[in-house]
Ligand binder design. Structure first.
Ligand SMILES: Nc1ncnc2c1ncn2[C@@H]1O[C@H](COP(=O)(O)OP(=O)(O)OP(=O)(O)O)[C@@H](O)[C@H]1O
Ligand SMILES: [Mg+2]
Length: 304
């Protein structure tokens, strides 16, 4: 126990599997003997309670607004895994102070081997801050073009706030005409940490409010999460690249004030903005030949 690695599970596109990955990686790490806290940082659209069987009385919102100590909002899911959920009421969201996150995460670090931060979709202080707060950022994407474009943005944002990107996990891999995960990771200029196949057991587990790694440990998706957990335990996952040139902030409270500026410069760097999902990745290695691509129909290489 102790001196936990704080990993932000991130990816700007919504619904790509961040929460599923945070929970199941948490369970898989616990099954590998590690102690784990999964912290839900989706403060506005909290839904981790829908994936698990518990009804929290205290949440991260209570912790951030100073009405509960962190220990009261941690719920055991497995012997070695605890979850710190966000509140699901929108009214609670108004009362919180995101800058108070840093001391909460700092207080968890000595108590767990791993602290996984399940982050929200989009680009906002709520999503940017964890990229720096964490020791490492684990990018989650599907192998679809819209998701990969947003993953690229998240990597860019992480670099701008001096975050350390450990690599990418592709979720719902192996379907359609998507290029292999290795090639997609190369396109993103990051390491491939794992690929979780499209697996109908994921939905079945979710219907039972259970992590797939507990519901059906032998399912393809659960086995993929176990492999990723093993890789995380064995390696420290980081590369030592120095990206100081593009650093806009250093992760202190001041970064939060910078977050709007950071988000703005990210938007300027990509004039298509977050809504550019139907446009091809012009000039890049990957592109879609289908003008109606909605992000779920991949993708022909240019010239093929
Ligand atoms: N390997 C998989 N196979 C099939 N379905 C999956 C797989 N992984 C995730 N899903 C499904 O994808 C949906 C979105 O997953 P999830 O909520 O984890 O995404 P998210 O990135 O956290 O979304 P949000 O951005 O809204 O927080 C869920 O319905 C989940 O069951
Ligand atoms: Mg989520």
């Amino acid at each position: 126990m102790g001196d936990g690695r704080v990993i932000a599970v991130a990816g700007a596109k919504g619904g790509v599997g961040k929460t599923t990955t945070a929970i199941n990686l948490g369970v898989a790490l616990a099954q590998a003997g590690q102690t784990v806290a999964v912290v839900e940082l989706d403060l506005a659209m909290a839904n981790i309670v829908d994936f698990l069987q518990f009804e929290p009385e205290r949440t991260l919102h209570d912790v951030l607004s100073g009405t509960a100590p962190t220990t009261e909002a941690l719920y055991p899911i497995d012997d070695r895994m605890h979850v710190l959920p966000s509140g699901t009421e929108l009214a609670e969201f108004n009362a919180i102070n995101v800058a108070a996150l840093a001391p909460v995460i700092r207080s968890l670090r000595p108590a767990y081997d791993f602290v996984l931060l399940d982050t929200a979709a989009g680009v906002s202080p709520e999503t940017i801050y964890p990229l720096r707060l964490a020791d490492e950022v684990l990018i989650v994407s599907t192998p679809r073009v819209a998701s990969i474009r947003d993953a690229k943005k998240t990597i860019e944002l992480a670099h701008r706030v001096n975050g350390e990107v450990m690599g990418v996990v592709f979720v719902r891999a192996g379907t359609g005409r998507a290029p292999p995960p290795e090639r997609l990771a190369t396109f993103l200029e990051t390491d491939l940490i794992g690929a979780v196949p499209e697996d109908e057991t994921v939905a079945a587990a979710q219907d039972m409010s259970q992590p797939i790694c507990l519901f059906d440990p032998d399912s393809p998706a659960a086995m993929a999460y176990q492999e990723i957990a093993d890789a995380l335990v064995l390696g420290d996952g980081t590369d030592d690249e120095d990206d100081d040139d593009s650093v806009l902030g250093m992760g202190g409270v001041a970064d939060l004030q910078n977050a709007e500026e950071i988000a703005k410069s990210a938007a300027e760097a990509d004039p298509d903005g977050m809504d550019g999902a139907t446009k091809p990745l012009e000039g890049d290695e990957l592109t879609t030949g289908d003008p109606d691509d909605n992000g779920f129909e991949f993708v022909k290489r240019k010239g093929e």
